[in-house]
Design a protein around this ligand. Structure first.
Ligand SMILES: NC(=O)c1ccc[n+]([C@@H]2O[C@H](COP(=O)([O-])OP(=O)(O)OC[C@H]3O[C@@H](n4cnc5c(N)ncnc54)[C@H](OP(=O)(O)O)[C@@H]3O)[C@@H](O)[C@H]2O)c1
Length: 247
């Protein structure tokens, strides 16, 4: 990868779940804009290493299970120590489990809340120990928090609703520090979580105004812009990248 003299020169970013899909696209895009980037992964070690190989000495892969908020906090601190600062946090890792109400045990609910909500909060809390004025927090929520055309997504939608409301509320906590926090809400993005050739793909595609799935790069572009100086006055917002799915 060639590095630009981009909008994020000298910045340090931490991206949870950067080994595959949207998180990998975000890591590459932030690096391409000039940032040093640390990613976390859980099971995809080889994929994580291949993302980091693209980033050269300005990349770091850390195994940290987002089900364990302490591990996520430790990964944030490791990143700040390794690169000497922390400017951008992207909370991307999440668990998606589909099922009707009787398909969910209480343990399933705990697990999704731990990964999708608790660790996201923990990463924010830990990042604030290192972030200075101008810091950027970007959560990856989902259009599912306020648009749901199919059954079986209640718990996931609830976790993403929590991300949306937490983002709005934390904007009030962080404003006095001049740190922004925003929630990017992807629609249908072609990844392992939601493959464009999956069994539901044709039905899903017909619900998208643009008639096609988005890509990780579609989401990464908005994330990079929110991380840049151009977005300094944007905070507490929920921004959809959904090809008109919720239009
Ligand atoms: N794809 C969509 O249509 C869509 C739509 C709306 C919102 N989103 C959101 O976008 C984000 C990324 O989704 P995606 O589609 O890129 O998913 P994906 O292709 O399944 O990738 C998920 C990433 O998160 C990591 N991850 C999962 N569980 C983890 C855990 N317990 N600890 C650490 N890392 C973990 C995975 O790493 P390992 O493989 O190493 O475990 C992987 O890097 C999620 O927040 C998702 O809810 C996606």
């Amino acid at each position: 990868m060639t590095f630009s003299n981009g909008k994020l020169d000298g910045k340090v970013a931490f991206v949870t779940g950067g080994s595959r899909g949207i998180g990998a696209a975000i890591a590459r895009r932030l690096a391409n804009e000039g940032a040093a980037v640390a990613i976390t992964y859980f099971s995809s070690k080889e994929d994580a290493e291949s993302v980091i190989a693209d980033l050269g000495t300005r990349g770091l892969a850390i195994r940290a299970d987002s089900a364990d908020a302490h591990a996520v906090k430790a990964a944030v601190a490791t990143t700040a120590r390794r690169f000497g600062r922390l400017d951008i946090l992207v909370n991307n890792a999440a668990m998606f489990r589909i099922g009707l109400i009787d398909d969910f045990s209480l343990e399933h609910i705990d697990q999704m809340l731990a990964i999708n909500v608790k660790s996201l909060f923990a990463a924010i809390q830990e990042s604030l120990r290192f972030m200075e004025k101008g810091g950027r927090i970007i959560n990856i929520g989902s259009v599912s928090s306020d648009y749901m055309p199919i059954p079986g997504v209640s718990v996931y939608a609830a976790t993403k609703g929590a991300v949306a409301s937490m983002t709005r509320a934390l904007a009030r906590d962080l404003g006095s520090r001049d740190i922004t926090i925003n929630n990017v809400q992807p629609g249908r993005i072609d990844t392992a979580m939601n493959p464009a050739d999956g069994p539901m793909a044709d039905r899903i595609r017909s619900s998208i105004a643009l008639g096609r799935y988005g890509s990780g790069d579609d989401v990464a572009g908005l994330v990079a812009w929110l991380a840049s100086p151009e977005a300094a006055f944007i905070t507490g917002t929920n921004l959809k990248v959904d090809g008109g799915t919720s239009a």
